[in-house]
Design a protein around this ligand. Structure first.
Ligand SMILES: C[S@@+](CC[C@H](N)C(=O)[O-])C[C@H]1O[C@@H](n2cnc3c(N)ncnc32)[C@H](O)[C@@H]1O
Length: 274
């Protein structure tokens, strides 16, 4: 007899980066169809409404201007309560990959498990996937991904010989989630510049990018030392999904013996049976 699979209380799904649902996987679309209720935080609720008759738009519950942790906790509790009280199955749809830089979804996974709920996250296309194509870079060459505020709160040491993706750069300096600010004041990014130029030269050119998925990306090239001069662009795109990509500062191999060994057949015979 076939074992019955456990009902899923909550699906965590990503809509990808491009507008619409063209970047959703077949399994994510199937999960939506199996849901009785869908909650949208993906930035394109109209596209999700074409997939399901019962979609709740959470945008106004997210952009409240509160501290981000308060927003995350409130949304997490509301979604867990809904699934616990009314039963399977709900879907939560966010932008990108559902588990990349998403504190609400990670909170739902952890707290849901403790409350006996079956929470299933399905992979999606993240901004890292689309930025690699827009920027023409390969994270396989070595990369570090950091939250702009964490660079300072945790005094993060960067390796300049790796490329760096700085997430949430437009929100640097605050944990308040508000769309209400009118402009960035001069100097907002000065402490970030001071941190970054401890590791990369000030004339190293980075790219501020809103990856389009399938549309053209919005981008601006800036020298790290003059990042604060781009504060108007940073303000304009702060809520569009803005990341700073800092390319790796080149270096030659330093371990010559190991560099020779990896191309040497005799060495291979020393480390493996051939
Ligand atoms: C809360 S995270 C969500 C990431 C999303 N779950 C993903 O998988 O791409 C938001 C941050 O992701 C980055 N981001 C989101 N969309 C982006 C885009 N279209 N282009 C570049 N970066 C983006 C920005 O750094 C933004 O501040």
């Amino acid at each position: 007899m076939r074992k019955r699979s456990k009902p899923v209380h909550i699906y965590l799904l990503g809509r990808g980066i491009a507008d619409g649902v063209s970047q959703m996987t077949a399994e994510a679309l199937a999960a939506i169809r199996k849901s009785r209720l869908v909650f949208d935080l993906s930035g394109d609720v109209r596209a999700i409404r074409k997939l399901h008759p019962n979609v709740v738009d959470l945008a106004s519950d997210y952009w409240t201007g509160e501290l981000c942790d308060n927003i995350y906790d409130r949304l997490q509790e509301m979604l867990l309560d809904e699934a616990k009280t009314n039963g399977p199955t709900i879907s939560v749809v966010v932008d990108g990959h559902p588990m990349v830089f998403d504190d609400v979804n990670w909170g739902i996974v952890r707290a849901g498990r403790k409350r006996g709920l079956n929470v299933v996250a399905l992979p999606g296309i993240s901004c890292v996937d689309t930025m690699m194509i827009d920027l023409g870079v390969d994270i396989g060459d070595g990369a570090q991904i950091v939250h702009a505020n964490h660079l300072l709160t945790h005094n993060i040491t960067l390796d300049p010989h790796l490329q760096t993706f700085v997430f949430q750069i437009g929100k640097f300096g605050t944990s308040f989630f508000t769309r209400e600010t009118r402009a960035n004041r001069p100097g907002r990014f000065t402490s970030l510049v001071a941190h970054l130029t401890r590791f990369y030269p000030p004339d190293h050119v980075a790219t501020l990018i809103v990856s389009g998925g399938t549309r053209d990306a919005v981008r601006k090239r800036v020298r790290l030392g003059t990042l604060d001069d781009a504060r108007a662009f940073l303000h304009r795109h702060q809520d569009d999904g803005l990341t700073m990509h800092i390319p790796a500062y080149p270096r030659a191999p330093v371990n010559e013996a190991f560099t020779r060994a990896i191309d040497d057949e005799r060495h291979l015979a020393e480390i493996a049976l051939v």
